[in-house]
Design a protein around this ligand. Structure first.
Ligand code: PCD
Length: 795
């Protein structure tokens, strides 16, 4: 059931496009193998790049001998980090988010002096075939002086830990604080009860279906670089290549993201590898292609999470939350990835209020360098980690008070009339009806009856658990001014072009870049709605910086709200120009025109009308336009959101745990999500399914592990457990609709929501099942072994 919105899509609604479960037009080529991915693209004379990587966690490079490799058949060139330095390019992988006191060590395209994590690139081989390039890697001889290493973020900042960088002897990249320390201490001192939890959120490896890839083409005569790559944000890559690594003028770089097979955060960043690909093409004057292998991806795609946290919650006996205090050590890996600083600081600490009214919050985050793969955003980025902490705290708080966990949540929810709600963690939530979504989710499972059943089953030695996950997230990154105040080196706006072609079809060019989300369908729905057309009239173009001059890209669940907001605004401007042309040609005033079914009709004289597609034709003919009006019918729009959007919802999981075998069976999984106005319910449901799956993956199966030598142990798909469909229940999804009051089309993001919700929900469920065993918390991934160990004494 939808609430009324002041800010619904503005069209007349007659196209019916916005809000319907239109099938994804892009799927046919994707599902039949016709989609064109980076590796499918071939240029004449293409050569192939392979990268020699460090197999040490930490070592000084004594020498690199490339002569054997260079002499091999079909090998064209072998380069080391020194060659890149000598070429004189800026050679800097830049940080995109500054923090007070941040230590920013040098980060080059290829290592020169030291390697600081396993998988760090040290040499590049270009050959006629991919096989020749890979074979030659083994013939490069590298002599190392191994150094002591550290992989754990807490151990890294202990005294005597080996420094990853000389610039940060204590391995502290930043020491971040948010909230009021004194007020929080006072809240804790005055509260009736305090509960706490120590927890770890392990490293997650993104596992996009398509590993990263790049194809670079350098045209010497014009000094132009064309780079096809697996990018979530081609314009950002263009900027970072220009200002950071290669030093080419931005107008001499074209970045193209063709089909991209999933990203989940991992394809936001400017990695060394794609820059090396481009640099090699510039040296050789021939196209160069790099395609990561799966195990290369495990070693080099930015990992997610890696938090070690102590959280405390202060409560009164009646269940009122008085305060929350959190201290986290966040592993950053060996180098700072672009948003590696923002993810565990601002994106994390600011959601610690969750859906609750909490008067005092204080959070400290120590960002630590470790000899591991760099860490950055992974689906839910920061907000997933933060919501996990507050939801675990509410659960342990409920145990402490012996109160039902749903009841404790309910007593502290922010109420609908409190919006806009400014939390003690510095965010202003735009709108929400938390209790309505929570009730709906609990009704789906008949919560009270289920609790009854849980009690009965316990008498038979059967243990079911009911997990509840309430979430709210800051999506739609981000208002540019705010981002700038907090240290961002980039804006948070989005840009689009809405263009009528002269025969009446429409092209929408968008600065975002899809990796499977379905933008081509949903953007067409937005434009169709605003222009009174059918989605078939609209073609959507993304992912090419030469066709779409500006953009910020796809991450932080921003494309629907910021990208879609921009398209709606552009389409409205187009419609208003068309209205003025119609008024002129119908010899009436623009105010006297109604817009119905794509037609401007004179009020009271509906037979006098002009269709917007006819007007488009007139606009390009230019024969009969209003005095002073320029021909053409297209608008470029830049939309800078005034706030984040705040999707929310409640997920509920019902599990049965067998303490004898440790087996966890998911009986039911209910997700109620509120992402404001829904553009396409089928796509939203798909986003929720994928999100739940990744959340369950983190809770029960996934997690990267390093061994004592600093080697990644989970480097293949049979060593790193992503969930299989057979391990998942049928998901039961539902929605409430609370529009965002400030977004032009009332939408909020949804891409990350379910991952944020599912992880705490699942942990809550398993821990709830094990209450009779006195288990208050289990760290992820909760494996049968960890269940078995936790129940050992009591079985
Ligand atoms: N929607 C609708 N409605 C609403 C919302 C939304 O319909 N209300 C839809 C849209 O349009 C799109 C989708 O849905 O289509 C999504 O959206 P969003 O939320 O806005 O988001 P985006 O921006 O588009 O995207 C992004 C996200 C993220 S962030 C992530 S991680 C993930 C997700 O997305 N990734 C991915 N999802 C997905 N899917 C797929 N298929 N793939 C991928 O990769 Mo980050 O920051 O990067 O960490």
């Amino acid at each position: 059931e939808a609430t009324e919105s002041a800010d619904e899509p503005d069209g007349d609604g007659s196209s019916g496009a916005f809000g319907s479960a239109i099938e994804r037009g892009e799927d046919v080529p994707l599902l039949t193998g016709d989609g064109e991915y980076t590796d499918d693209i071939s240029l004449r004379g293409t050569t192939h790049l392979a990268i020699r990587r460090s197999d040490h966690a930490h070592a000084r490079i004594e020498s690199i001998d490339t002569s054997d490799a260079a002499a091999m058949d079909d090998v064209i060139a072998v380069y080391t980090g020194e060659d890149v330095v000598e070429s004189g390019v800026p050679n800097t992988i830049p940080t995109a988010w500054d923090l007070p006191g941040l230590v920013q060590p040098q980060y080059r395209m290829l290592a020169t002096d030291k390697v600081r994590h396993e998988g760090r690139g040290i040499a590049a081989v270009v050959a006629e075939t991919p096989h020749a390039a890979h074979d030659a890697l083994e013939r490069i001889t590298v002599e190392y002086e191994p150094l002591e290493h550290v992989t754990d973020p807490v151990e890294a900042v202990e005294r005597d830990a080996p420094p990853v960088h000389d610039e940060a002897a204590d391995n502290v990249a930043f020491d971040f604080e948010l909230g009021e320390a004194d007020a929080t201490d006072e809240a804790f001192a005055n509260a009736d009860q305090v509960a706490s939890v120590d927890l770890r959120q392990p490293r997650i490896i993104p596992n996009a279906m398509e590993p990263r890839a790049a194809l670079a083409d350098w045209e010497d005569a014009t000094g132009k670089l064309r780079l096809w790559m697996t990018s979530q944000n081609p314009h950002l890559h263009r900027m970072l290549l220009s200002a950071g690594t290669l030093g080419l003028p931005e107008n001499k770089i074209q970045v193209i993201a063709p089909e991209v097979g999933g990203g989940f955060g991992s394809k936001i960043y400017h990695y060394p590898d794609e820059a090396v690909t481009a640099w090699c093409a510039m040296q050789l004057g021939r196209p160069v292609k790099w395609q990561a292998t799966r195990s290369e991806s495990y070693l080099t795609d930015c990992h997610g999470r890696d938090h070690v946290t102590t959280g405390e919650i202060a409560l009164d006996d009646d269940g009122t939350i008085r305060g929350v205090r959190v201290e986290t050590h966040a592993g950053l890996g060996a180098q700072l990835s672009q948003f590696g600083t923002a993810t565990p600081s601002y994106l994390y600490a600011t959601v610690l209020s969750g859906q609750y009214t909490i008067p005092a919050i204080h959070c400290r985050v120590v960002g630590a360098f470790t000899n591991t793969t760099p860490v950055d955003a992974y689906r839910g980025a920061g907000r997933a980690e933060g919501i996990y902490v507050i939801e675990r705290l509410v659960d342990v708080g409920a145990r402490e008070l012996e109160m039902d966990p749903a009841e404790l949540r309910r007593r502290n929810l922010v109420q609908p009339d409190e919006f806009p709600y400014e939390s003690a963690a510095a965010l202003v939530y735009d709108s929400g009806e938390y209790e309505r979504a929570m009730d709906l989710a609990l009704d789906h499972v008949d919560y009270d009856e289920l609790r009854e059943r849980q009690r009965e089953l316990r008498d038979e030695d059967r243990y079911i658990g009911i997990g509840i996950g309430n979430f709210v997230e800051s999506a739609g990154l981000s208002p540019s001014g705010l981002a700038g105040d907090l240290g961002s080196q980039a804006g948070g706006w989005e840009s689009s072009i809405v263009r009528f072609d002269s025969t009446g079809s429409v092209t929408v060019l968008a600065g975002t870049a899809d990796q499977g989300q379905g933008h081509r369908t949903t953007y067409a729905q937005i434009a169709a709605e605003e222009l009174g057309l059918s989605v078939d009239d609209i073609d959507v173009v993304e992912g090419d910086t030469d066709r779409i001059p500006q953009g910020m890209g796809t991450y932080g669940s921003r494309s629907a709200s910021v990208g879609g907001g921009s398209i709606a605004r552009g389409a409205r401007e187009v419609r208003e120009k068309a209205r003025r042309i119609a008024a002129h040609q119908l010899e009436t005033s623009a105010d006297d025109l109604e817009f119905v079914d794509g037609e401007f009709r004179v009020t009271g004289a509906p037979d006098r009308s002009l269709h917007i597609q006819t007007i488009a034709h007139e606009a390009y003919l230019g024969h009969d336009l209003p005095e002073g009006m320029d021909p053409g019918l297209e608008e470029t729009n830049f939309y800078d959101p005034e706030n984040f959007t705040y999707p929310f919802g409640t997920h509920v999981a019902v599990v049965e745990v067998d303490p004898e075998t440790g087996e966890i069976e998911i009986e039911r999984y209910v997700a109620v999500d509120d992402c404001g106005e829904i553009i396409n319910p089928m796509i939203v449901e798909g986003q929720v399914h994928g999100g739940i799956t990744q959340g369950i993956g983190a809770a029960l199966y996934e997690g990267a592990a390093y061994d004592d030598n600093g080697h990644l142990q989970t480097r293949r798909m049979d060593e790193y457990a992503v969930p299989h469909s057979t391990q998942l229940p049928e998901f039961e999804t539902d929605n409430t609709v609370t529009p965002s009051p400030h977004n032009p089309i009332g939408v909020k993001g949804v891409g990350e929501s379910a991952t944020i919700a599912a992880t705490p929900t699942m942990v809550s469920a398993v821990v709830d099942a094990l209450e009779p065993f006195g288990v208050d918390h289990l760290d992820m991934p909760i494996t049968p072994e960890s269940v078995w160990r936790a129940t050992e004494g009591d079985r």
